[in-house]
Design a protein around this ligand. Structure first.
Ligand code: MN
Length: 285
């Protein structure tokens, strides 16, 4: 076995996304953040929403709060409008990303800005350490044109949302967990190797096609969430058709996690405080 193979990450575990609904009846597939896998520090949840049936998404996500973590919305297709109680407002178009740090509190809505057609994308929840949970909210709204799309060997392509790949750095900056967020479009047959920070936890989520991932050649299909083991790189090969996957890594926080719905804190007392602050209108203060 060569040194390269020794440090290649293996797939430790595969969780299959389960159909569920959230918000006002939005159909989605949840992998991380389900009973099967509650946490992959610093990541708390991964939802894929994707449907061309308007009844699956039109309800959207009306006003709801968040405290203590970050929500990352990455749109593949469709339009989503975002509004919060501080007056922030934005349109998330196909190919855009919004990295929102809720900090001490945000109340917002995330609503489809389309009457028909396909709505497809992801929401990832990323935890914050205690030192950052009560900071003011912060947005990074990234238009599609600001996300570098890099052509690779074998006809592969990657969109670099956060972190650096092959010398290209994504537009999302200054996130405490130092995330890598890559969206790969892979043609069959030609393997690709992705360097990953050794101490980061990482996952690969296949959302189209079929591929093998990791030193152990684990097969992944659309809706497979693969938890990666230790190592400094990941090998992926698409099987017999164009396949697409997210590869995401982040620095683990290593603190206790207390979560209740849209609030993610360190202790139960802080959760009770968050609920109380929300009910009494003090979440935003
Ligand atoms: Mn939200």
């Amino acid at each position: 076995m060569s040194g390269d193979e020794k440090t290649g990450r293996a797939v430790e575990r595969v969780v299959l996304a389960q159909s569920t609904s959230d918000g006002a009846g939005v159909r989605l597939k949840r992998s991380l953040g389900s009973a099967a896998l509650e946490l992959l520090d610093p990541f708390l949840l991964l939802d894929e929403f994707g449907s061309d049936r308007k009844e699956d998404y039109l309800g959207g996500f009306p006003d709801h709060p968040h405290r203590g973590f970050e929500t990352v919305t990455y749109m593949l297709e469709g339009k989503m409008e975002h509004r919060d109680h501080l007056g922030n407002h934005g349109l998330l178009d196909s190919g855009s990303v919004q990295w929102m740090s809720a900090g001490h509190g945000i109340i917002h809505s995330e609503m489809p800005k389309q009457e028909d057609g396909k709505m497809w994308g992801f929401q990832l929840w990323v935890n914050l350490p205690a030192s950052d949970k009560m900071r003011p909210p912060r947005y990074q709204d990234i238009p599609p044109s600001a996300i570098a799309e890099v052509d690779l060997e074998g006809g592969h392509r990657v969109r670099v949302v956060a972190g650096t790949f092959r010398g290209v750095t994504g537009p999302v900056r200054e996130i405490v967990t130092e995330p890598l967020y890559l969206d790969f479009h892979l043609h069959p047959g030609v393997p690709i190797e992705i360097p990953l920070p050794e101490r980061h936890n990482a996952f690969c989520y296949c959302y189209e096609g079929d591929l093998t991932a990791g030193a152990n050649g684990q097969k992944l299909h659309a809706g497979s969430f693969a938890v990666l083991g230790k190592g400094d790189r990941l090998a992926i090969t698409a099987l017999d058709r164009l396949s697409r996957c997210l590869v995401v890594a982040g620095k683990p926080i290593g603190e206790p996690v207390a979560r209740y719905g849209p609030f993610v804190m360190n202790t139960r007392e802080e959760i009770i405080q968050a609920i109380d602050d929300y009910r009494s209108g003090r979440l935003l203060l």
